[in-house]
Design a protein around this ligand. Sequence first.
Ligand code: WTA
Length: 652
Amino acid sequence: MSKKIESHLSEERVFKPSKDFSKKARIKSMAQYKRMYRESIDKPGIFWGREAKELGWQKKWTKALEWKAPYAKWFVGGKINVCESCVDRHLKEGRANKAAIIWEGEPGESRTLTYRQLHREVCNFANVLLAKGIKSKDRVMIYMPMTPEAVIAMLACARIGAVHSVIFGGFSADSIVDRLEDCQAKAMITSDGGYRRGGVVPLKENVDAALKKYKALETVIVHQRIGEIGAPVKMKKGRDFWWHEEAAKVSSHHEPKGFDSEHPLFILYTSGSTGKPKGILHTSGGYLTGTYATCKYIFDMQEDDVYWCTADVGWITGHSYIAYGPLANGVTQVMYEGAPNHPDFGRFWDIVEKYSVSIFYTAPTAIRAFIKAGDHFPDSRDLSSLRLLGTVGEPINPEAWMWYHEKIGGGNCPIVDTWWQTETGAIMISPLPGCTPTKPGTATLPFFGVDAAILDETGEECGPNEGGKLVIRKPWPSMLRSIYGDKKRYRETYWNDYPGMYTAGDGARTDKAGNFWIVGRLDDVLNVSGHRLGTAEVESALVAHKVVAEAAVVGRPHEIKGQAVVAFVTVKGEVKTSDTLAKELRNHVGTVIGAIAKPDAIYFAPSLPKTRSGKIMRRLLKELVATGKVSGNVTTLEDQQVILDLQAQLQQ
Ligand code: WTA
């Protein structure tokens, strides 16, 4: 049992929502939660059918769920247009002139799109896509900064039944190639650049580099974000088109057609335990129902809220809790383009004050960075508009939770610590802000319809405070449907441990009150600043460098990032190691994957600690980087001197 968990176990502080909050919340009491939870588990068709009905279907389904493990179909026979549910529906329900997106660019400009304006933009861009020959089920890549156009592009794809795959703007050209190849994309939507920490990210340039390797792409549509400020972008004739020029050629009217509930909506790549990212496939009706209901109950979205999720659209949080869930709820949301520390660490709080944000959703890593930056940043801003706070991405340490509660929430905003994954599509374990007693560090209880449990190796359910594997025992509407193009990997990764149950890959335990405490990944996946990163991906990037013979990558606990990447590298034959080489390798990883994957430290080793059968003993390396020494059993090591040498190197 790690120290971290012991401190969790002794956590006695309990925080209950104020009477005032509960009175106005959608779920007001634990009795109400329990009643609804019971129904959601016993009669999922009735429970989810009621939620789904609110989204406005073109044709009602005939069967709520068809479950042939591990394949689920939700709302079978139903027809829905996800974009219509998120946009057009609000025009009919009196929200036409309500702000849908209030956007703030990093340099400081501000732009508001009402639901009516958003509708016009989305229809217009859907027509652009159609004019370029994009058809239902074609894959369209989106590689854009955090501008409203990124959301417009996603919604326009959904509107015409095309399948989008968003790539985080921090990923490199090589990462784009892998993803293009995997999903055989037909078109790419990008920008000339994006602002980040005062600089310009050359998105189109990265796309150009990627397209030298992937030639099958037919169309690139470029949104002009930077204009003259950046280096002029090259436009390839017949392939590259400016968004605004194409938009001017087509109308802004478009009638949304209904698609099958199981029509693919998007593919989002995420890291697993091999070097190849997995294309997580989500479909339409169930996904939207899950994101809609979680926003409604967990963020308690009300008509006059101003909601802000600080994630990037390149991650699942940006899909479910910027693009789809909030818009399905018709809420007003803030979207911010840039870095939290530009021009300084007061930026987020300036934005909260400027737009009177009432619901704020961010990551523990950001909170830890704010703590380090100093209290004067939040203290000097008016944060009194906030009524609810959320976190996601990694376990939140109790110190960060308390700071968030006191400094940002002023001691009276409930905190929803939300556990979920790219694969789950929507939040799975979380407090409901109007009723659940919270403790710093636990995501508390399962959401409606989520049959979560912790099992030991034999499949027995663990008792309170016994660590085990987190599983979900029943299908839920927003679950992934497969790994794109790889059903075998889908079955083997998620459904092999226990028959008919989804294995999340996280270790967890419950306390006596039934609260779930998530410990962290059980596989070789790191969580760096709330971003998933496979150790195997970084290793294969390193090995692709001409001087590297072998590499092993592990995570080291990091004060702000949660985990930092540390690499052990063996170079080929006569190559001389040096600080310059270490720097070159770091940059190389940045080029192959993206800046987030750059190792914090690289240690050169004449050889890596291996078992007699040749397997690298990552367990020892993990311990070494965390504690500076290896105390555990090393008798299975082929050569014990290797680890002693490394230990000496690290202690220097
Ligand atoms: C971790 C992000 C503890 C977990 C939405 C999970 C968390 C992985 C929490 C998924 C939380 C996410 N508490 N751990 N509240 N939220 N995680 O796919 O290890 O980028 O498996 O989805 O992040 O990361 P992903």
